[in-house]
Write a new protein. Structure first.
Length: 604
C-alpha cells in the first residue's frame, strides 16, 4: 500500500500517541483502584477510630464511681465527657452508614448508650437535692443497669467490628503500597518505552524522510557541480515526486545546455569569454574562420593584440564601459587575422559580475562595410555624375520651352513635355535617394523653428492646387492655429508628398479632407481621401523603400515608391509618428504627428 508523506507523518505521530493513550489509561486504572483502596482504608480506620474513642470515653465515664459522685456529676468534666460520648455515637453512626451489618451493631450501641445517658441524667438530677446519701443510694440502685448498658454499648460485636476494620485498614494500606509500586514501575516502564518509541520514530523519520531529502540536497550540489545525479528516490510520496521532478528538470537543463552548446559551437559568429584583463578564457569553433585564430591559439591571448592598433583604445574603453555600467556595449573594430588579412567585426560585449568575465560576440561585417563603401560611391556618382548633367538638360529644355531657340511644332512640343516630365521624375528620384542616404547616415539635419501649422498646410495645398485642378479634386481644409517647432521646408515636403498621393489615387471629382488637432501634447495632421484604400498587409510595408500597393502604380500613377519612405524618415526625425488607416466608408487616411512649441505644451 502506497502512502503520501502526510499519511506517513500521521502514522509516525500516531504510534507515540497510541502508546501515550494506553499508558494514561493503565495509569488511570491503577489510580482508580488505589483511590478505592484508600477510601476503604479510610472507612475502616474511621470505624476503628470511632469505636476506640467511644470505648475510651465510656471507661472514663465509668470511673465516676470513685470519689464524690455529686461533685463529679456537676463538674465541667462530666458535661464535656457526656458531650464527647454523644459525638462519638453520632460519628460512629455516620461511619457505619452504608453497611447494614455495621449499622445494626452501631444501632445497638447507640440504644444502650442512650439508656446509660438517661440513667446518668437521673443520678445527676438527684444530686441537685444536695443530699449525698440520697445520690449514693440512687447511684447504687442504677449501677447494675448502668453497667449493663455499658456492656451492651461495648459489645463483643462492636469490638470485633473495630478489630475487623483495623485488619481491613492494614490490608488496604498494603494494597495501596502495592498500587504505588505498580504506578512507579509503570512510570519507569513508560519512560523507557517512550524513549524507545521516540528513538524508533526518529530513526524511521530519518530513514524515510531526512535521508531521502539529503539525496535531493546532494543532487542539487551535483547539479551545480556538473556531476551525475543519484539514483531516483523510491516511493510514491511527495519526496519521490519532488525527486522525479528534479530529475526531469535536470534532464531538461541538460538538453538546454546541450542545445546552447550546440548553438555556440555551430554559430556563424565568434563567441568568446574574457577575464577582467581582456584575456580569452574560452572560444567557440567559429573564431577560427571569423577571427582567423583557432580556439587553442586564442586561449590566454589578450584580445587587444588582434585588434588593429588604431582601434585598440576605443575597444578598451568599450570594455571599461561595459564593466562599469554593467550593460551591453556594441562597437565596431578592425581585426587583423593570423594571415594578416584585416576584417571589420561588430562586437557585442556584456560584463557578468557573477562570472567576473566579459562575454563577447563578434560578427564579421566586412562585406557589409564594403557594400556601404560601394553604396556611398554610388550615391556620390548619382549626386555628381547624374544630377549635374540632368540639371543642365533641364535648363536647356526650359529654354526650348520658352522659344529661345525657335518655335516647336505640335509634335515637338509634345515630346518636349514628355522629356521634361521624365527628367523631373529622375531628378525627384535622385533627390529622394540622396535624402534617404543622408538620413540613414545621420547627414540629414533639420533647421527647426517656430511655425504656424495652418500656414504650412495652406502653402502646401496651394502647391498641389494645379494637380488637383487637372483631376477636378476638391481639397477641404479645417485646421487649427497650432504652433509647432519644425523645419518648415521638410514639413512642406511631407505635406506635398501626402497630398500628391491623395490626389493621384482619388477619383475624379473626389474630395480630400485635411484637418489638424492637438492631442497627447503633439500636433496631429490628418489627410483623408476617397481612393481605393490600403490592404491590411500593406499598411506598414508602404512606408518602406520602393514599396507600392500595386506594381502598376509606378507606371499608371507615377512615382518611385520612395515618397512615403521619405515622409516616414522626416516625421521620425521630428520626433513624431506616421501611419495609414482605411476609412469606414471609402478611401484611406494618412496621419502624422509633430512636436508643439513650448508655449503650446504649457497651455496643454
Amino acid at each position: 500500500m502506497k502512502f503520501t508523506l502526510t499519511q506517513k507523518g500521521i502514522v509516525l505521530v500516531s504510534i507515540p500517541l497510541v502508546f501515550e493513550l494506553l499508558f494514561v489509561s493503565a495509569l488511570s486504572l491503577l489510580l482508580i483502584q488505589a483511590e478505592g483502596e484508600s477510601s476503604k482504608a479510610f472507612h475502616a480506620s474511621r470505624i476503628g477510630d470511632c469505636s476506640n474513642v467511644l470505648i475510651r470515653d465510656l471507661f472514663e465515664l465509668v470511673s465516676i464511681t470513685r470519689g464524690d459522685i455529686s461533685q463529679t456529676l456537676s463538674s465541667d468534666w462530666y458535661k464535656s465527657t457526656i458531650a464527647t460520648i454523644k459525638a462519638d455515637l453520632n460519628e460512629l453512626q455516620i461511619a457505619a452508614k452504608g453497611n447494614s451489618t455495621q449499622e445494626h451493631v452501631v444501632e445497638e450501641s447507640v440504644e444502650a448508650g442512650e439508656e446509660a445517658l438517661f440513667l446518668l441524667e437521673q443520678v445527676r438530677k438527684a444530686s441537685e437535692s444536695g443530699n449525698p446519701l440520697l445520690v449514693m443510694v440512687k447511684f447504687n440502685k442504677l449501677k447494675e443497669e448502668l453497667q449493663s448498658c455499658v456492656k451492651r454499648m461495648i459489645s463483643r460485636d462492636l469490638i470485633e467490628m473495630a478489630q475487623s476494620e483495623k485488619l481491613v485498614a492494614e490490608k488496604s494500606h498494603e494494597k495501596q503500597l502495592g498500587f504505588r509500586n505498580q504506578i512507579k514501575s509503570l512510570l519507569i516502564a513508560g519512560l523507557i518505552l517512550n524513549v524507545f518509541i521516540t528513538v524508533f520514530v526518529a530513526l524511521i523519520f530519518s530513514k524515510k524522510v531526512i535521508a531521502r531529502l539529503n539525496i535531493i540536497v546532494d543532487n542539487n550540489f551535483r547539479l551545480a557541480s556538473g556531476l551525475p545525479l543519484n539514483d531516483p528516490v523510491k516511493g510514491s510520496d511527495e519526496i519521490a515526486n519532488l525527486d522525479t521532478t528534479f530529475h526531469e528538470l535536470t534532464a531538461s537543463l541538460a538538453k538546454v545546455k546541450q542545445r546552447e552548446k550546440s548553438m555556440i559551437e555551430h554559430s556563424a559568429d565568434a563567441i568568446c569569454s574574457l577575464n577582467a584583463d581582456g584575456n580569452v578564457a574560452s572560444a567557440n569553433p567559429a573564431c577560427n574562420y571569423v577571427l582567423g585564430y583557432s580556439e587553442d591559439a586564442l586561449i590566454g591571448m589578450n584580445v587587444r593584440s588582434i585588434v588593429v592598433e588604431e582601434d585598440v583604445e576605443a575597444f578598451s574603453q568599450s570594455l571599461s564601459s561595459a564593466m562599469s555600467d554593467n550593460s551591453e556595449i556594441t562597437i565596431e573594430s578592425r581585426i587583423r587575422k593570423q594571415s594578416g588579412e584585416i576584417i571589420d567585426v561588430l562586437w557585442s560585449i556584456h560584463w557578468v559580475n557573477s562570472e567576473n568575465s566579459f562575454f563577447c560576440v563578434g560578427h564579421d561585417i566586412t562585406a557589409r562595410k564594403e557594400l556601404e563603401r560601394l553604396k556611398q560611391k554610388f550615391m556620390a556618382m548619382i549626386s555628381h555624375d547624374l544630377r549635374t548633367p540632368l540639371s543642365t538638360i533641364v535648363n536647356y529644355l526650359e529654354m526650348l520651352d520658352t522659344g529661345l531657340f525657335g518655335e516647336l511644332n505640335e509634335r515637338g512640343d509634345h515630346l518636349l513635355k514628355i522629356a521634361q516630365s521624365n527628367l523631373h521624375r529622375m531628378l525627384c528620384l535622385i533627390n529622394d535617394l540622396l535624402d534617404l542616404e543622408k538620413a540613414e547616415f545621420g547627414g540629414l539635419k533639420l533647421n527647426c523653428s517656430k511655425q504656424n501649422l495652418h500656414d504650412l498646410v495652406e502653402q502646401s495645398v496651394k502647391t498641389v492646387s494645379n494637380m488637383a485642378f487637372r483631376k477636378q479634386v476638391h481639397i477641404e481644409v479645417a485646421t487649427e492655429n497650432l504652433s509647432v517647432s519644425v523645419d518648415n521646408n521638410r514639413v512642406s515636403q511631407i505635406l506635398i508628398n501626402l497630398l500628391s498621393n491623395a490626389i493621384k489615387f482619388s477619383p475624379n471629382n473626389g474630395i480630400i479632407k485635411v484637418r489638424t488637432e492637438e492631442k497627447e501634447h503633439m500636433a496631429f495632421v490628418y489627410i483623408a481621401d476617397q481612393g481605393r484604400g490600403i490592404p491590411e498587409d500593406m499598411k506598414e510595408a508602404i512606408f518602406e523603400h520602393f514599396q507600392q500597393v500595386e506594381v502598376a502604380d509606378s507606371v499608371d500613377k507615377g512615382g518611385s515608391g520612395l515618397g512615403l519612405a521619405i515622409c516616414k524618415t522626416l516625421v521620425e526625425l521630428h520626433g513624431g509618428k506616421i501611419k495609414a488607416e482605411n476609412n469606414l466608408d471609402k478611401g484611406s487616411t494618412f496621419s502624422f504627428s509633430l512636436p508643439l512649441t513650448t508655449k503650446n505644451r504649457a497651455i496643454a
